[in-house]
Design a protein around this ligand. Structure first.
Ligand code: UDP
Length: 320
């Protein structure tokens, strides 16, 4: 199978690219390099420089020999999505619809879509299973829910089949250091910790220490990006085998607090980090953890990284 990896030069996309190549898939990366990086293009993958807003470029990319699509080309900064929804509407909604339409026009059936735990909003219960109500509380989460809904319709109308993968917190880098491109202007906790550790930023701020959690800081479900990547190839194989669309959480089920992450990072790095406590960040639920049984049962997916220090080490090794 040849897979068009849209957004394949980005952080998660590059790991998906690597996993696909290792499993013998043909890979064509389609990326506008707005946040992805050429250094993330791996030997063996073809590359098309193009935007998902360019319908002709998409149709051209899908016109011959593409068996499936992995779509990871989305904007993902929650705060930014609340300030500039129009950018998120255009990129995450119009862009994804362009992809579905190009697939329909070109007869490409399978799509694996990067969705997010952000579709759930404030948890009504923990851990979150896939049946939890879809009540996003930020525009970013809404864009993911909107595309899930459209994929459901396109599938119902016989145009495509899809796997919606609801990522929890993606962290880490490939342990063999084959992916070296770092995100520009990162907004997530671990890249920010790395910037604080390497002097690129003065300090780290922990957003809130008065949550109803054991140490007062937010609890998240951190899943290694190589484990996430493996779920994409499993999902593609499943779609190719039975063509049944599905939606699954991708998390470990284990919660780790921000303070625990900082403590673990200090251990791995071997010295204290400069950090302080800042007010809560708007829209942050106290706890987000996944019930990930469905991915296990449906795909046989089992996260291999369970130790947070080991995960952080894959990032720190690369920094050095
Ligand atoms: N966080 C923090 N300081 C930072 C960045 C993030 O305390 O500089 C916290 C954030 O409030 C959340 C957790 O770290 O509780 C994970 O945040 P991230 O943005 O990485 O992922 P999210 O959970 O928002 O998808």
């Amino acid at each position: 199978m040849r897979i068009l990896v849209i957004g394949g030069a980005g952080y998660i996309g590059s790991h998906v690219q690597k996993q696909l190549l290792e499993e013998g898939f043909g890979v064509t990366v389609f990326d506008d390099l707005s946040s992805g990086d050429r250094v993330n293009l791996l030997p063996g993958a073809d590359f098309i420089l193009g935007s998902i807003l360019d319908k002709k470029a998409l149709a051209h990319a899908m016109s011959g020999g593409i068996d499936g699509v992995v779509h990871l080309a989305a904007k993902k900064a929650v705060g930014e999505s609340m300030e500039w929804p129009e950018i998120y509407a255009e990129n995450n909604i119009c862009g994804a619809l362009n992809i579905l339409n190009a697939m329909t026009a070109c007869g490409v059936r399978h799509i694996v879509f990067s969705s997010s735990a952000a579709v759930y909003g404030m948890p009504r219960y923990i851990p979150l299973d896939e049946a939890h109500p879809i009540e996003p509380i930020n525009y970013y989460g809404y864009t993911k829910a909107a595309i899930e809904e459209n994929m459901r319709w396109y599938a119902r109308l016989g145009k495509i089949d899809y796997a919606a993968l609801r990522y929890f917190n993606a962290v880490g880098y490939a342990a063999d250091k084959s992916i070296t491109g770092k995100e520009r202007n990162p907004q997530n906790l671990l890249p920010i910790i790395m910037e604080a550790a390497t002097g690129k930023r003065e300090k780290l701020s922990i957003f809130g220490n008065d949550y109803d959690t054991p140490d007062g800081t937010c609890v998240r479900d951190y899943v290694h990006v190589s484990d996430l990547a493996r779920a994409h190839t499993l999902a593609l194989k499943k779609l190719a085998t039975d063509g049944e669309s599905f939606t699954v959480n991708l998390g470990t089920g284990k919660g780790t607090s921000v303070k625990e992450i900082v403590d673990a990072a200090e251990k791995v790095i071997g010295r204290k980090l400069n950090y302080d406590y800042a007010p809560r960040r708007a829209g942050d639920p106290a706890i987000l953890t996944a019930k990930a049984d469905k991915a296990r049962q449906l795909l046989g997916w089992e996260p291999q990284y369970t130790d947070i220090e080991e995960i952080i080490r894959t990032v720190w090794n690369l920094e050095q």
